[in-house]
Ligand binder design. Structure first.
Ligand code: NOJ
Length: 550
């Protein structure tokens, strides 16, 4: 039985992800600011948040909204100043909220001075800080790899007469981790932020840092004649040696956590990545996120899935992290469509859907990671044309879909369903113009329903998703079984209900979430001796009803 005192602060708290561009604008510019996050710390404290992950706010040309870093030691002026960042870290600490920085270490911006120098010649001191290769004899790219954002993963550099590799956009050249100076430069960045008082790090796209020894064409997997770079480079053997070095240089000896973004790590491999032998404290391994999406993340290729498919992968990750390390439970982040649409294929009100998913999020074993707006029950936004999207990957998926033979209506539908911009519309604080996010026209439109779906309205409504999230956060803080307890799946074969039991010494808790739009049933014996936290009819669940028994 886990002793509560043996658990670290980040295992006992709730994490919340902020996409700063869309959270709160204090400059009247239509994009969010760091001072805006500081202004909302009390809101986050009321949600039980102790770890605040902020997506990149470093100096950047913003081709990928900050995931193209030009200077890891400076704050982008659109977000504010370093003094404001220091203020956020300090004010957060006063409320028990630690800021978690996002480290983008697979690549930089092409405007980062490191890349500018590296691309200037084949002999400069940083000549091999990035992945440079000669063209094939016919002048074409070194391999047929397709970047994650579409098009070749190679871009030509006139000055060097060579290609460089970019796993994502061409403005995001991949760093060469084989070079020890590169690794040291990155560890220095992390230490700079840890010394500033960051409570932890989310490490971006980490599975791509190790490249294969030889670069060869992969099997063609699309109408563009290319092969997904992911298949060629993700999780290459040898990656863990780099990460062990990273951990020793940054994590060891500090009371912080590191959570890696590691699309492509299977549940069976988790033991190498987290826990005693691992390199991170937690891993976003995405196995459940890939259930409603085509395996190679091609939005226009439809997938069929059922609740038991989802439950199977969630259970596998739970079982793996019960033995090794800790699980970061999440339904949403800034790269995913809203969970009410992504994970619930049935009919029903968004508020009910959000509450059902929230019940699972906040009672599962692991640290819950909420994403801004999830607690309000957003749906996806409404988009009428491809020109309304800002996100570069959405535009690429649209082009890809057209090449795959879809017509414009079909290609747009795929983007409406999966676009990352669905998660990036402004936070809705109140019913005033622009939803209290900004006094200027926001960079992405607020939702049509912002007058009713906003923080002010939901705070006043005891039945709202926000009130439910707060209730569950309090419940979690009052019942150690929900933090430290073991996890056992219940009703594994049921296609309507996601159910599990938590046990800790003599304490038990049971969660049921009916993720369907039909009434459902469970065996009342499962909750004998326990009390529901809200009124419910024993043994039955209304459509989308969820309940916790403690
Ligand atoms: C993953 C991030 O979450 C995403 O937003 C970004 O575009 C890519 N990595 C590239 O950094």
């Amino acid at each position: 039985m886990a002793n509560l005192n043996d658990l670290a602060w980040w295992q006992k708290t709730i994490a919340y992800e902020v996409y700063p561009k869309s959270f709160k604008d204090t400059h009247g510019q239509g994009t969010g600011t760091i001072a805006g996050i500081t202004e909302k710390l009390d809101y986050l404290a009321k949600l039980g948040v102790g770890a605040l992950w902020i997506t990149p706010c470093y100096k950047s040309p913003m081709v990928d909204n900050g995931y193209d870093v030009a200077d890891y030691y400076a704050i982008d002026p659109s977000f504010g100043t370093m003094a404001e960042m220091d203020e956020l870290i300090a004010r957060g600490r006063e409320r028990g909220i630690r800021v978690v920085m996002d480290l983008v270490f697979n690549h930089t911006s092409n405007q980062c001075p490191w890349f500018v120098e590296s691309s200037s010649s084949r002999t400069n001191p940083k000549a091999d800080w990035y992945i440079w290769r000669d063209a094939k004899p016919d002048g074409s790219a070194p391999t047929n790899w397709r970047s994650i954002f579409g098009g070749s993963a190679w871009a030509w550099c006139e000055e060097r007469g060579q290609y460089y590799l970019h796993t994502f956009a061409s403005e995001q050249p991949d760093l060469n981790w084989e070079n020890p100076d590169v690794r040291q430069a990155l560890f220095d960045v992390a230490n700079f932020w840890a010394n500033k008082g960051a409570g932890g790090f989310r490490i971006d796209a980490i599975t791509y840092i190790k490249k294969p020894a030889e670069f060869v064409d992969g099997p063609v997997d699309g109408a563009d004649g290319m092969s997904a770079v992911h298949a060629a480079t993700a999780n290459t053997p040898g990656i863990l040696a780099f990460l062990r070095e990273f951990k020793a240089a940054v994590r060891d000896g500090r009371d912080i956590f590191m959570v890696g973004e590691a699309n492509g790590v299977a549940a069976e491999e988790l033991g190498d990545w987290v826990g005693e032998q691992g390199v991170f404290d937690m891993l976003f391994e995405f196995n459940h996120m890939l259930i409603p999406m085509h395996k190679s993340e091609v939005w226009c290729r439809k997938v069929e899935w059922t609740l038991t498919d989802l439950k199977r992968v969630l259970a596998a990750s739970q079982r793996a992290t019960a033995l090794n390390g800790w699980y970061p439970m999440f339904w949403e982040n800034h790269d995913q469509p809203r969970s009410t649409v992504n994970f619930l294929q049935c009919e029903g009100a968004l508020a009910k859907k959000a509450k059902a998913l929230g019940t699972v999020l906040l009672t599962m074993r692991g640290t819950p990671f909420m994403y801004q707006g999830e607690e309000l029950g957003y749906g996806n936004a409404s988009w009428d044309s491809i020109d309304e999207f800002d996100d570069l990957s959405t535009r690429n998926q649209y082009e890809f879909a057209l090449r795959e033979g879809l017509d414009e209506v079909g290609a747009l539908a795929a983007c409406v369903r999966y676009s990352r911009d669905n998660a990036r519309t402004p936070m809705q604080w109140d019913a005033s113009e622009y939803a209290g996010f900004s006094t200027a026209k926001p960079w992405l439109p607020v939702h049509d329903d912002y007058a009713t779906c906003n923080v002010a309205v939901q705070e006043a409504d005891p039945d709202s998703p926000l009130s439910w999230y707060r209730t569950l956060a309090t419940l979690r803080s009052e019942h150690p079984v929900l933090v430290a307890g073991d996890w056992t799946e219940l009703m594994a074969d049921d296609e309507q209900v996601l159910a599990f039991e938590r046990t800790w010494g003599n304490e038990r808790a049971v969660t049921f979430a009916n993720l369907s739009d039909k009434p459902a049933a469970y065996d009342p014996a499962l909750v004998e001796g326990l009390t529901p936290i809200v009124a419910t009819t024993l043994g039955t669940l209304a459509p989308l009803e969820s309940v916790v028994f403690v």
